[in-house]
Design a protein around this ligand. Structure first.
Ligand SMILES: Nc1nc2c(c(=O)[nH]1)N[C@H]1C(S)=C(S)[C@@H](COP(=O)(O)O)O[C@H]1N2
Ligand SMILES: [Mo]
Length: 419
């Protein structure tokens, strides 16, 4: 099966449409462009001018498009109410252009690097037939989720709270495949390679090529996934093959996976270098300049939670109780406590917190709240991880790139007619 993404066809250097793409447009339409020779250089036929990302990626219309080049689309707390996030409500974060053409039959995954015994290549079929399949619910959250709240502001996509999801991922364990490849004792890191295209159009540049320490690569839940929620992975989320390493910043979960390098040092691919996906090794004052050598790679994500029901702005009648619910997660750790407050953090009430479906899955919570009188309230949620660390009530540790904002989530609730 070949999937063609019309929007990416012909976007060469600087996004201009080349004459050479005329035939690609014609093929996509199944019609000749009779006077196509008269089209000005760079002209996009009207039928292709309206990018409708919702249609293109089958997304719920309430998701928010932050950027179209590359596509970055954010979800919202009330859309994340499902226990397992469906594709239609999952955020999209791209650093480059989605591969224009995907040939599943010819798709290969190559292992190389200083620390493989010998390079080895697998077809998708090899991976699916030679190794045992596993399914896990894995939480993946963009390192920049919550960036919009930092001050002074950090450049980059201004994510609010919706760059997180927990889907069911099915694939083979990376550790099983690495055992088959044969790796040397000096392996310390892996780095992924993928089929997406750098925004410059330069085929020699990778939009992103990140990785994880070998110990994370060898965890049971680290998958080479070919299914999401029981179906082929949607194109926007990495079809036909994706590395999924839950609990770490989602940037390590490489989509459209074509290669894995086993490194004898920390992987030095695109966006591994400072300051990308790094925070100051020691806390700094807001707005400080931080030298590259003082920035450390983000590994496990911090403890966090989201109230997914009700939607902020809920209106209750006088005396009505409110059943709130949501999810909590803590990177590589487990969430051990979830508390909610209706009085701006003055007092806290313990919520019912479920165990995760498996390690690295988010956990569901619920609590029944009552309100003493009519008026305006906020519901705040605070999770605590198995190390005893809780979410901060204010935006934590400012950092130059605006990563790791795990401040308590808050929703507004009005009680009574005049609330
Ligand atoms: N090949 C490739 N993999 C990638 C990216 C990318 O741009 N290219 N973006 C990364 C980042 S920064 C994030 S947050 C997640 C987003 O995953 P999603 O789009 O499936 O939600 O994919 C990661 N994997
Ligand atoms: Mo990300």
């Amino acid at each position: 099966m070949t999937k063609i993404d019309i929007k990416e066809i012909g976007k060469g250097r600087r996004g201009f449409i080349k004459k050479a793409s005329l035939s690609a447009f014609a093929t996509a339409m199944g019609l000749d462009i009779v006077f196509g020779g008269n089209m000005p250089e760079g002209y996009v036929p009207v039928v292709f001018q309206d990018d409708d990302p919702y249609k293109l990626f089958s997304k719920n219309k309430e998701l928010k498009v932050l950027n179209s080049k590359p596509w970055n689309i954010e979800s919202m707390p009330h859309l994340l109410d499902d226990k397992v996030t469906p594709a239609s409500k999952m955020f999209v974060r791209n650093n480059g252009l989605i591969p224009a053409e995907i040939n599943v039959r010819a798709w290969q995954l190559t292992f190389d690097g200083e620390s493989v015994n010998a390079p080895k290549t697998y077809s998708l079929q090899d991976l699916k037939t030679k190794f045992k399949h596993y399914t896990y619910q894995l939480t993946i959250e963009c390192g920049g989720n919550g960036r919009s709240e930092f001050f002074p502001p950090a450049s980059g996509n201004q994510w609010e709270t919706g760059a997180v999801a927990c889907a069911n991922w099915t694939g083979v364990r990376l550790k099983d495949v690495l055992a088959d490849v044969g790796i040397k004792d000096d392996a310390v890191y892996i780095g992924y390679h993928a089929a997406d295209v750098h925004l410059s159009g330069n085929p020699d540049k990778e939009p992103i090529s990140r990785g994880v320490p070998i110990s994370k690569a060898l965890q049971e839940e680290t998958l080479l996934a070919f299914q999401m929620n029981g179906e082929d992975i949607p194109l926007a989320h990495g079809y036909p093959l994706r590395l999924v390493a839950g609990g770490y910043p989602a940037s390590v979960s490489g989509k459209w996976l074509t290669g894995i390098s086993i490194r004898d040092k920390v992987h030095d691919g695109s966006k591994m270098e400072a300051p990308s996906y790094r925070v100051p090794c020691k806390p700094v004052a807001p707005g400080d300049t931080v030298a590259d050598e003082d920035m450390c790679i983000i590994e496990s994500m911090p403890v966090k939670s989201l109230i997914t029901y009700p939607k902020t702005g809920a209106v209750l009648s006088s005396g009505q109780k409110l059943e709130v619910r949501g999810h909590a997660w803590a990177g590589e750790l487990e969430v051990t406590k979830l508390e909610v407050s209706t009085d701006f953090g003055g007092t806290w009430q313990q919520a019912t917190l479920q165990k995760p479906a498996n390690r690295l899955a988010w956990q569901h919570f619920s609590a029944t709240l009552s309100f003493p009188q009519d008026g305006y309230y906020e519901v705040w949620a605070k999770a605590t991880d198995s190390n005893g660390t809780s979410q901060p009530m204010v935006v934590p540790g400012w950092n130059p790139k605006g990563y790791l904002n795990n401040a308590c989530h808050r929703i507004a609730v009005k009680v009574g007619d005049n609330g």
